[in-house]
Design a protein around this ligand. Structure first.
Ligand code: URA
Length: 197
C-alpha cells in the first residue's frame, strides 16, 4: 500500500531511487508519459531548484527545464554563478508530464512526493529555490500566492526555502523578473550565511 511504498522509497540510495522512479506506475501519468524526468545537475550541490512538472520537451528529452522556460531559468541561475553542468540540481515536483500540461492533481502530487522527499534527503542542499505554486504546495503544503510567500525564508526538512515565480510565468510577466532577481539574491545570501562559520 501507499505507506509501505513511501517507507521503502525513503530507504533507497540515489541509484535505487532513480530506478524506482523510472519504473513507477503509481499514478495514471505513467500511461501518457514518454520519459520519466528525474532531475538534472550535480546531486552533491548546495543549491536545489524545484519546479512543477515536465512539459512536452522535457517529456521527450527526459530532462527538466529544457524548453523556453528552462532557457530563462538557466539565464537566471547563470546570473548568480550557477549552472546545471556544474553546481546546481534541478528537479520537478512531478516526475511525469501531465497531459496537455494541465495542473498536477492532488493525488499525483501525493504519490510523487516520496521521490521529492528522498531526493532532498539525499542531496542535502543548503538552500531550495522553489519556483511556482505547485513547487510551493509540494514543499510547504500551502496553496498561497507566490507574491504573499516570496521575500521571506520558509523551510522543508529543516532546509531554508526561497519562493519565487515560475519562469514560464515570468515569460508572460516580464516586469516581475526584477522580483525573481531579488529572490535569487535572497537565496545566494541565505547560502552565504549558512556557510559562514
Ligand atoms: N516547467 C517546469 O516546472 N518544469 C520543467 O521541467 C519544465 C517546465
Amino acid at each position: 500500500n501507499r505507506d509501505e511504498r513511501a517507507l521503502r522509497i525513503a530507504t533507497l540510495d540515489w541509484e535505487g531511487l532513480q530506478a524506482e522512479a523510472q519504473a513507477c506506475t503509481a499514478c495514471g501519468l505513467c500511461k501518457t508519459r514518454n520519459k520519466v524526468v528525474f532531475g538534472v545537475g550535480q546531486p552533491s550541490t548546495d543549491w536545489l531548484v524545484v519546479g512543477e512538472a515536465p512539459g512536452a520537451e522535457e517529456d521527450r528529452q527526459g530532462e527538466p527545464f529544457v524548453g523556453q522556460a528552462g532557457k530563462l531559468l538557466d539565464n537566471m541561475l547563470a546570473a548568480v554563478g550557477r549552472s546545471r553542468q556544474e553546481n546546481v540540481y534541478i528537479l520537478n515536483t512531478l516526475k511525469c508530464r501531465p497531459p496537455q500540461n494541465r495542473n498536477p492533481q492532488p493525488d499525483e502530487m501525493a504519490l510523487c512526493a516520496p521521490f521529492l522527499q528522498r531526493q532532498v534527503a539525499l542531496i542535502q542542499p543548503k538552500v531550495i529555490f522553489a519556483v511556482g505554486r505547485f513547487a510551493v504546495q509540494a514543499l510547504l503544503g500551502r496553496d498561497a500566492s507566490i507574491a504573499s510567500l516570496r521575500g521571506q525564508l520558509h523551510e522543508y526538512q529543516g532546509i531554508p526555502v526561497v519562493v519565487s515565480y515560475h519562469p514560464a510565468y515570468l515569460l508572460r510577466n516580464l516586469p516581475d523578473k526584477i522580483k525573481a532577481w531579488q529572490d535569487l539574491l535572497l537565496a545566494r545570501k541565505t547560502l552565504a550565511e549558512r556557510k559562514a562559520p
